[in-house]
Design a protein around this ligand. Sequence first.
Ligand code: BGC
Length: 477
Amino acid sequence: MSFAVIIGMSGAVLFAAVVLYGSLRRSRPSAPISIAGRRFPDGFLWATGEDAYQHEGGNLNNDWARWEAQDPSPIENGDRCGNAVDFYNRYESDFDLAARDGQNAHRVGIEWSRVEPEKGRYDEDAFRRYGAIIDAMRRRGFVVFLNLWHFTLPLWAADEGGWESAEVMERWEALVRQCAERFGPRVDYWSTMIDAQIYALAGYAVGEIPPNQKDIRRALSVYRTLIHAHARAYHLIKIHAAPPAGASAPRVGQIYFFFHYEPKGLLLDRVITRQMDRIFNQNLLDALYTGTIDLRVLLGPSIREHDEALRGTLDWIGVNYYTREILSFNPFKPGFIERKTCTSSPATDMGWEIYPEGIYRLCKTLGGRYPGVPLFIAESGLADAADDRRPRFILEHLAWVHRLVQEGCPITGFTYWSMTDNWEWAKGFGPKFGLYRVERATMERVETSSARLYRFIAHNNRLPEESELDAILRGDG
Ligand code: BGC
């Protein structure tokens, strides 16, 4: 046999082995972790929160409300957000529950279409109401997190071209300044926006949410714009929310949804996974950390630029972690990416894998990638109408968070998402995330076993012993 044939044959065997390994490799479910009695450091933040559009109700003057009103409905079950869970009117009693439950931090958001219903005209009543909401949080001693933008645009802004319009960017800057001047000293942590990459990619590339475009170039351009929108807001808040002498400077960051991605096999699956990790999990925060925007899509457009005004514009990162996705290369799928879940793990009502270990692996990565930037778990939760997986979900995620804290990862607190059931965007009211179930006919808040568990944890600043658990869940703990 010639040398060339031997090389050729061993190459073929190696290739077959790699392909076989790839197809046989199975992702492991979350590793077991001990929960018993783990205590958190003093001052650890225990939070829940509400989003403007997902909880307030009565926001009919934005692009989401218009989108939902279409026939046929783009929303599962044909739901409309309408009065949501009426948080705008019920915030006092919702905060009472949170305070009674031992929470010491809370997040709310501003709905742009409410405070600026027409371009350039502010609604003073709406600003007053947000001021009252913030004061109500402070009266209960909560550390106040305020988010400024999440997915929805006032109709006038959407009609003017949304984030693709320079005038909308000007109005955004004016809005940020208004909020900074009005609420400045009363807010502890500012979030400029939530899940910006999802908005750019799902709104402009996949076309799943408003403005329902399918154009990767425009998606990258809006992605870039949102990075600049964050940085401009960061600097404006620093100037205009300046607290009285002696108090600490405003802390500005943003809240961001991360997937824990794993490749199904080798080679192309890994290439695809690295690509998704970059565009979905890393590019935006990298830009705010280093000043360099480097957006690239496999075989597609790219944007690369450096701007010193972006660099160092993250005082904290709000980590939203829900689940893991297993990725593989598939030439027949959009972007050549096939997204699956690990079927040997338990799943939520939305089919999302429950993978608590992911919160540990993700935060380890973030801690290494952005040294010096504190992490705050801004959302962790699940859709679980029966409330039969939620208690374990909370305990195991928190056990991993505890391990992170012990290992020196700078985690300042944890938010269960969310306090009550909420409007789950294109999934409507179907998924039930709340510690408190909401009877939508009466808007009554109904306590779940998980609410009792979270109350025990927040009050005691520790996880329960296994022997305490049943009594806590029953409500005699
Ligand atoms: C979003 C929430 C949403 C949650 C679950 C988060 O990243 O900020 O609006 O309810 O994901 O889908």
